[in-house]
Design a binder for this molecule. Structure first.
Ligand code: ATP
Ligand code: MG
Length: 478
């Protein structure tokens, strides 16, 4: 505490007493920091990057905090764009890298990014509409522009402040450390350095209030637990039970953002296990959670975990990953159950599955908004699964050339791995892809089909066996 002003004062950890070295900081971030400093402003690295540098992992991005206003930042950088309606931020672009510069804000506001509204389904347009902006106040005198909704959720904040105010609106102590470019020290108002050392996630302030302000912080806690191997402090974990339901009021587009951070960054399997363990999955994927709770054979669970493990592997190998595939994996249980009911009415398998997907997706969209660019290919991928049961004739060969074959095949492999499909079918499709065209034609038994290419397990027998399974992939088409 500053005895003159009453403002809180930080513990300042000198360069000699911490391991954060400029050699691990992105050159572009350093450029931004130095230019701000040279123009007479304060400039700090803040947030996840300081935390990550302290524990020796490579930060995903570098965020800067400063006492320069967004307009002042813009004047200093040619490559700068101001973004955000509720929170004005400066984005400084260097090729693909963007350094985000935020002006210090007064306490209590979330720094939640505005959701990416691009590509959100039409049905969702209503649900993802931003909170009304009409009372927005941009008076430069720092008039309070802050509002909560009836549940205590913070809707707006546009008050600029100083660093000792900025710190309190951040979520966890480990995310509230400031690296000062002036002398390379770390400023710690909240005991974050100690918590990073102890690998503890602790909320700043009263946990219940902080979760009510922004329930997404519960998901962030789980994400950092999964990603960093930190432990959520008991005080930050205890409110989950009573407050998890507040996630249901978060705009689906924001949850989609958070979903991607949880599941597409290389630690998806751990995120999933932890979300379940903490009782949060029910609020993100209610149908999936209910299905898992009721299933006795563990197949949906095995499929989800295998799908996430393979996505995590791809991320670690630097390969591309798509949310589309993960939605298919996560929703497969409820979709199969809904499709099963339709099979029983005699509905054609492909139609039944497509219809079941539509039903499940429209309910799912109330929580995580699945953009059509994912839900449409996902429906196709799932509806194609019955075609793998047809292994004779020209149509089988034609399937190999289908634009969605690869994705459908990857999904077949997962189903086989999870015990939800006959492994002989998966093997057959793996083998046929490796054959020259001549032998492929032989394998499917030529034009007339019918013989199943000499496979010992003919389609009819397989059909009967599958019928007895709970996770029954649908009967073969045609
Ligand atoms: P990551 O490694 O995933 O980038 P991060 O901690 O940097 O993790 P970001 O979402 O990039 O997370 O946010 C940057 C910083 O902004 C956080 O470290 C935290 O200080 C603050 N912040 C972000 N979201 C919130 C929130 N919902 N509530 C409070 N503070 C937040
Ligand atoms: Mg970050």
């Amino acid at each position: 505490m500053d005895p003159q002003t009453g403002a809180p004062s930080p513990i300042i950890v000198a360069r000699a007493d911490h391991p954060v070295s400029r050699s691990h900081i992105s050159g572009n971030a350093l450029k931004v920091l130095y230019r701000l400093k040279d123009a007479g402003f304060q400039a700090f690295l803040v947030g996840g990057c300081v935390r990550d540098l302290l524990i020796g992992i490579e930060p995903k991005d570098f965020d800067v905090a400063t006492d320069a206003s967004p307009e002042e930042v813009k004047r200093l950088f040619r490559n700068c764009r101001l973004i955000g309606r509720r929170f004005r931020l400066a984005h400084i672009r260097f090729g693909y890298q963007v350094i985000e510069v935020a002006t210090f804000r007064a306490a209590g506001a979330p720094i939640a990014p505005e959701p990416d509204l691009d590509g959100v389904t039409d049905e969702d347009a209503e649900a993802v509409t931003e909170e009304p902006d009409e009372e927005r106040d941009e008076e430069p005198n720092g008039n309070v522009d802050r509002a909560h909704d009836a549940r205590g959720r913070l809707l707006r904040d546009n008050v600029y402040g100083s660093i000792d105010q900025d710190v309190w609106r951040r979520d966890f102590t480990c995310n509230a450390l400031y690296y000062n470019i002036e002398d390379f020290s770390i400023w710690d108002y909240v005991g974050g350095v100690e918590d990073v050392r102890a690998r503890t996630l602790r909320l700043i302030g009263d946990p219940e209030t902080r979760y009510r302000e922004d329930p997404v912080r519960m998901l962030r806690a789980v994400r950092f637990e999964a990603k960093l191997g930190f432990t959520i402090h008991e005080s930050a974990r205890a409110p989950f039970e009573t407050l998890a339901g507040l996630l249901e009021h978060i705009p689906p587009a924001r949850l989609l953002d958070e979903f991607q951070k949880l599941f597409l960054a290389g630690f998806g399997q751990r995120s999933f296990d932890l979300l379940r363990a903490h009782g949060l999955l029910d609020h993100l994927f209610p149908a999936t959670a209910a299905h898992l709770a009721g299933e006795t054979d563990g197949m949906s669970l095995a499929l989800i975990r295998a799908g996430l493990a393979s996505t995590d592997r791809r991320v670690s190998e630097g390969k591309s990953v798509t949310p589309m595939f993960l939605f298919a994996v996560l929703l497969f249980g409820p979709v199969s159950a809904a499709a099963q009911k339709r099979f029983e009415t005699g509905m054609q398998p492909t139609v039944a599955i497509a219809d079941a997907v539509d039903e499940v997706v429209s309910r799912q969209n109330r929580r995580i908004g699945i953009p059509k660019r994912y839900s449409i290919p996902m429906r196709e991928l799932l509806a194609l699964q019955p075609r793998f049961h047809r292994r004779e004739g020209r149509r089988a060969l034609g399937f190999l050339a289908h634009p969605r074959f690869r994705a459908a095949y990857d999904f077949l492999m997962l189903r086989a791995e999870a015990g939800a499909e006959d492994p002989a079918i998966a093997r057959w499709w793996t083998e046929i892809q490796s054959l020259p065209p001549e032998q492929q034609r032989e394998r499917v038994g030529g034009e007339g089909g019918g013989g199943g290419g000499g496979e010992s397990s003919g389609p009819r027998r397989r059909r009967r066996r599958r019928g007895g399974r709970r996770h029954a992939p649908p009967p073969a088409e045609g």
